[in-house]
Design a protein around this ligand. Structure first.
Ligand SMILES: Cc1ncc(C[n+]2csc(CCOP(=O)(O)OP(=O)(O)O)c2C)c(N)n1
Ligand SMILES: [Mg+2]
Length: 366
């Protein structure tokens, strides 16, 4: 018997619609209403300016560490915009723009990044999970939610986000396999931002793309220019429509870039070149989309200026509100409450000491 090639049913495509200069491939232009285009633009702008403000606040010691999203706004918003309120969004830790789209408040992000758990509470009317720091773990939760939706014969779908680094975790492979075998309505969105802290994607996988990993599980996969919101929108529309119609999961790989540090505790100059960062700055998703909207006449130079001011004012109001709320929030003694059922004696001693210091108003030594 001769060796014969096996015909695989899935093909992997790359999709880009707006090039780096914001020029459109008119044949591929998705049909998005003017209202939605402006909502997406505003959300990208809020995501960008809020990220910049958070960095300032962190450098001023007014929040703890946080993971910047700069450069990844299109990859998040082009995808999440297809979810209905009853659907589930299951984030990793770098999806601030997607979370805000789903209704999370700016205040809650500031409060959460100051260490107050109140800021991480998801309001009961939102079917979203909180941020997940253990890399890749949220993929399993997403698949479970998708399985539950199928079991209950609901048409709710789930979208989960994760990074290129997460694709080396067992959780990713287990989630993809279970999702495919049981045809759960989950859209897997990989934000391939080229780095997992200091590990480049070339050290993450020998595969030419992450999208092609879909073939191994028997589901559709596509690679898109993740800095092109129109391409992300088009791919996510196909994937969400398919999931809702009972067609099972899809893997979308968004090629993007983490323009800033991994978190504010990281110094990327130690492991990557400024030239690489500059190249990606030239592929900025926000300026590209802005040009498209101006060319299309959906946005005018005047609207743009007004929107810039409005967004900065909204962020300032949120910072003021959050800082006011935090003044009356939290008792330092709470930190002893949630780890042990019975406090070990050495911690009980520390608790008493702190309680005494708080009662006498003497400053707690750091
Ligand atoms: C299971 C686990 N291992 C290691 C870490 C430490 N860690 C936090 S983020 C990260 C890299 C994640 O990279 P990627 O999935 O590409 O996401 P990105 O940070 O680029 O958004 C690592 C190793 C962790 N949080 N969880
Ligand atoms: Mg990454």
């Amino acid at each position: 018997m001769p060796r014969t090639p096996i015909a695989l049913s899935e093909r992997i495509e790359y999709l880009a619609i707006l090039n780096e200069k914001g020029q459109l491939d008119a044949e591929l232009e998705p049909d998005i209403s003017g209202e939605m285009l402006l909502r997406l633009y505003r959300a990208m702008l809020v995501g960008r300016r809020f990220d910049e403000r958070l960095l300032d606040l962190q450098r001023q010691g007014r929040i703890g560490t946080f993971p910047p999203i700069k450069g990844q706004e299109a990859a998040q918003l082009g995808a999440v915009a297809h979810l209905r309120p009853g659907d589930w969004m299951v984030p990793s830790f770098r999806e601030t723009a997607a979370e805000l789209w789903r209704g999370r408040t700016l205040e809650s992000v500031i409060i959460c990044n100051n260490g107050f758990s109140e800021g991480a509470v998801i309001s009961p009317d939102h079917n979203d999970l909180p941020v997940s720091v253990p890399v890749g773990s949220q993929i399993l939760h997403a698949v479970g939610l998708g399985w539950a939706a199928r079991y209950r014969k609901k048409d709710d779908i789930v979208m989960t986000f994760f990074g290129d680094g997460a694709t080396s975790e067992g959780d990713f492979h287990e989630g993809m396999n279970f999702g495919a075998v049981f045809q759960v309505p989950v859209v897997f969105v990989c934000q391939n931002n080229q780095w997992a802290i200091s590990t480049p994607v070339a050290r993450q996988t020998r595969s030419a793309t992450i999208a092609q990993k879909a073939i191994a599980y028997g589901i559709p996969g596509i690679q898109v220019d993740g800095n092109d919101i129109l391409a992300v929108w088009a791919a996510a529309k196909e994937a969400t429509d398919r999931a809702r119609a009972g067609g099972g999961p899809t893997l979308i790989e968004c090629l993007t870039y983490r323009v800033m540090m991994h978190t504010t505790a990281d110094d990327p100059k130690r492991y990557r070149t400024e030239a690489e960062v500059e190249t990606w700055r030239g592929r900025d998703p926000l300026t590209r989309f802005q040009k498209y909207l101006l060319d299309k006449g959906v946005l005018s130079g005047h609207d743009q200026l007004e929107l810039d001011t409005e967004v900065l004012q909204e962020i300032q109001r949120a910072v003021d509100n959050a800082e006011k709320q935090m003044q009356i929030m939290g008792n330092p003694l709470d930190m002893f409450n949630h780890v042990y059922a019975e406090l070990p004696p050495y911690l009980a001693g520390q608790r008493e000491e702190l309680a005494r210091e708080l009662a006498t108003g003497k400053e707690v030594p750091s």
